[in-house]
Design a protein around this ligand. Structure first.
Ligand code: ZN
Length: 498
């Protein structure tokens, strides 16, 4: 095959994939935001058909030699060679599984999700327990087809965060455990910060007016971005220069929609700002779950909870809510938005206690796959760990083991990336502060210049390099958990006068 022919084949294949992906993304966004639920059954059937078509294209074996050749062609553009490598890696993982096994797993996931929902509603872990067991067995079976000599859970971890394994995560989580558990305990025993004023009544219509201002401040440009409302906020890239984010308004929690917006817009920038040559290709996705989450958390926690961010924005918020905030100074407000308080639910956790929620899930997943933890009675194991690491104990399963959807969908190895993302972000921010005047920029309405730094050092690369290479390029060092620990320790020691 000559190069022109080969590149044409690849281009066509990528084009077809991206067309189906775009259609499916828009259908899904529409469903999760504004589509009338009456259309669900019809819509789901058609969407499933399209997804099947897309799957056939994605796993088209005739593309394997094309990808192979492209990768080995030293005169080819490096980004095309990298794309070929990533496509091939992805395809091989799926193709090794016999089709009937693949379909059976998809069906099991769907039943297991329904059972999880039922269990959560009824507050009864025993409804979900047998399905959790089945799904773990099924995952073991499909991974076995890969014939990979690596440990099973290591393979799962690597799927979400290429290059990571239990050895590295153990170092990471042990450091967090050693340093953060005592810190959290000190914070819990310290004089508590008053934040009740953030939970008064904040009419949603007024919150939306502030949101218009905030989106402008974030330079979330209507030319390429649009925000909707949804139950569980997410961000989705649909096509070139079209990125959708979502948020959720709570009348009795004014910061919820604000921080979810800053977070989601952080995800949006990551995919929007990659090299335009990558659009529509695997290279535009973001290199790993941890790296994606590092960008959203960097925006939410390291920029959005910073005083300089609010030096500019707080007067607008006060103006929108004069009754609720007129007597609240910026300093009082800043303390309140940074409160730390151990809680039971991961998605509501603060910056300091959050990684402990992930630690619990990591230790359980590890134990489930090496046989040291059993599915039976796992709700109690979970509760014991919460008590040990966070000092709180769930009394019911829906606030305990049943709170997250991930395991019901067979996603094991994903959770650790959430904590890793926060830690990556700490290291990026440290370097960023050495290079640009972050606080001056934020307090003077130049959020876009801060994002520019991220674009130059991280976003533009898309999936061109692995996470550790990006860390090296951006900060000149490899990943170091201590930067994150130092950041949290300094921040909460000051905040709580420890
Ligand atoms: Zn996120």
């Amino acid at each position: 095959m000559n190069r022109i022919e080969r590149n044409h084949l690849l281009k066509e294949w990528i084009f077809k994939r991206s067309a189906y992906s775009m259609a499916l993304a828009i259908i899904d966004i529409d469903k999760q935001t504004v589509a009338p639920s009456g259309g669900n059954a019809y819509r789901d059937e058609r969407a499933a058909f399209l997804a099947g078509e897309l799957f056939s294209i994605e796993t088209d074996e005739s593309m394997l030699p094309v990808l192979e050749e492209m990768q080995n062609d030293e005169e080819e553009e490096p980004y095309l060679r990298r794309a070929a490598f990533l496509y091939q890696k992805e395809m091989r993982k799926t193709l090794c599984i016999p089709k009937d096994e693949f379909v059976a797993l998809e069906e099991l996931k769907s039943v297991s999700y329904t059972k999880w929902l039922e269990a959560k509603r009824n507050n009864d872990y025993t409804i979900f327990e047998p399905y959790l067991k089945k799904i773990i067995e099924a995952k073991k079976k499909v991974y076995a087809y890969r014939n990979d000599t690596k440990d099973l859970y290591d393979q799962m971890l690597d799927d979400f965060e290429p290059g990571m394994n239990q050895e590295k995560y153990d170092v990471f989580f042990n450091a967090l455990k050693e340093k953060l558990v005592p810190l959290i305990q000190k914070v819990t025993e310290a004089k508590q910060i008053d934040d009740h004023f953030l939970f008064e009544e904040y009419p949603v219509e007024e919150q939306k007016k502030f949101m218009d201002h905030l989106l402008q401040y974030l330079h979330f440009d209507p030319q390429w971005g649009y925000q909707n409302e949804t139950e569980h906020p997410f961000t989705s890239w649909t096509c070139e220069n079209d990125c959708r984010t979502t948020t959720k308004y709570l009348v009795d929690n004014v910061m919820s929609a604000i921080f979810s917006t800053v977070h989601e817009v952080g995800h949006a920038y990551y995919e929007h700002d990659c090299d335009p040559r990558f659009d529509g290709m695997i290279l535009s996705d973001g290199i790993s779950s941890g790296m994606h989450e590092s960008q959203s958390r960097l925006c939410e926690n390291y920029l959005g909870r910073r005083k300089s961010f609010w030096e500019y924005n707080y007067p607008y918020l006060q103006k929108q809510f004069p009754q609720q905030l007129k007597d609240i100074s910026l300093d009082t407000f800043m303390k309140a938005v940074n409160v730390s308080r151990p809680s039971l639910v991961r998605t509501e956790a603060d910056e300091l206690t959050y990684p402990m929620h992930i630690l619990v899930r990591y230790e359980i997943e590890k134990g489930l796959f090496n046989g040291s933890i059993s599915v039976e009675g796992l709700d109690q194991t979970w509760a014991d760990m919460y008590e040990k690491y966070l000092g709180v104990r769930p009394v019911n399963a829906s606030e305990g083991i049943l709170q997250d959807v991930h395991w019901s969908c067979g996603e094991f190895g994903y959770f650790p990336t959430y904590a890793l993302g926060s830690a990556f972000a700490a290291q990026f921010v440290k370097k960023m502060q050495e290079e640009i005047a972050v606080d001056d920029l934020l307090s003077n309405n130049h959020y876009d210049t801060v994002i520019e730094w991220l674009k130059k050092n991280i976003h533009q690369y898309g999936c061109m390099y692995d996470a550790d290479e990006i860390m090296q390029k951006a900060t000149g060092a490899s990943f170091d958990v201590n930067v994150y620990i130092e950041y949290l320790t300094r921040k909460y020691t000051e905040l709580y006068d420890l």
